[in-house]
Design a protein. Structure first.
Length: 87
């Protein structure tokens, strides 16, 4: 927990004390496909999008949380957009 008493994103990504997975850290929980059927790139894409949502769309913060450069994040998001047929 941060010093001002609020919960930071880093606190939420830590392992939960209750032994149950935090829904913010397990984006596959509500997936319509079995996790064992997903390819690595799909797992990575879903994780990136989940972290982006947790960061309220802040791409710089998302890149920091993921430990990647902002340009790498943009590349990943562009690849997702191309995959969906977007411009």
């Amino acid at each position: 927990m941060s010093t001002n008493g609020s919960t930071s994103l880093r606190d939420r990504s830590a392992a939960p004390e209750s032994g149950q997975a935090d829904s913010a850290v397990t984006p596959l929980e509500n997936a319509s496909i079995e996790p064992r059927q997903l390819r690595l790139h799909e797992v990575v894409r879903r994780h990136v999008l989940a972290v982006l949502k947790l960061c309220c769309g802040n791409k710089l913060r998302t890149a920091e949380v993921l430990g990647i450069s902002r340009s790498t994040l943009y590349r990943m998001l562009e690849a997702k957009q191309e995959e969906c047929g977007g411009d």
